[in-house]
Design a protein around this ligand. Sequence first.
Ligand code: PBG
Length: 307
Amino acid sequence: MVAETDLKVDDLIFPLFLKEGKGIREKIEFMPGVFRLSEDQLVKEVEQCLELGINTFAVFPCIADNLKDATASEGINPEGLYPRTIEAVKSRLPEAVLLTDVAMDPYSSDGHDGLVVNGEIRNDETLEILAKMALVQAQAGTDIIGPSDMMDGRVGVIREHLDDHGFQHVSIMSYTAKYASVFYGPFRDALDSEPKHGDKKTYQMDPRNRREAVVEASLDVEEGADFLMVKPALAYLDVINQLSTNFMLPIAAYNVSGEYAMIKAADQKGWLDGPSAMVETLTAIKRAGADIILTYFAREYAELIRS
Ligand code: PBG
């Protein structure tokens, strides 16, 4: 009766990795229990998760190397793996809510979220590409656009482009305070999207800064974001708390790949009780002020609750 925090299965968003092919369920080395799935397997996974009470899925595409180029052109190909799969999921399981990723890195031969010219990230030239990507995903039937790129001004440009094409009903979950973090390592391995040169510190945030997150959030609100996200979650609980007290939009937190890997590794070694660590971690993220949590633990948590 006096417990202040109630972690519900439908607070969770389940990230899934997508790969071209059929019948594929490929293990990801640094993320035990997470797989790269082909479209048919992904639809099956979504169907089973809906049964368990998980409603929302963040899908990330794993793109073959030969389709990657400097302008991430595969990201705006309406016949590409990603829009085809969005369409397949939404036509077979319309009740599943899809959050789709807008950023250049899965399709970029440079492995960066923005356009690289002479070794520099070109913020403003990237915006046009991101807006086109968002439109292709909206046309395929996505529900929520998730710009994970951290270019300045992209929420406004995406919002305007979607509205101009009749997609006012597609919402935007902005990766508002996304830090330049070592905890993304296993994810980059899963997508093979490690930057080919340099790092992401010119566009992702400095882990030493908290007030800057408030500036980023104010800009996103002004530009039309519907949700604000903090990422990673665990080392940034103060930032989650600050945004949830300062802003009235729903706050999401991304419990990222490295945070998942740490618990799984300790569990496998017998150094920690994995399921208890999972529950405590997710509860703490919610307690800090997150309304929504993106986590690779979503299915495991839902199964634990069910049992
Ligand atoms: C890139 C992107 C990243 C993640 C989601 N989208 C990695 C990065 O910025 O390099 C990380 C998610 C995770 O680690 O679980 N647009």
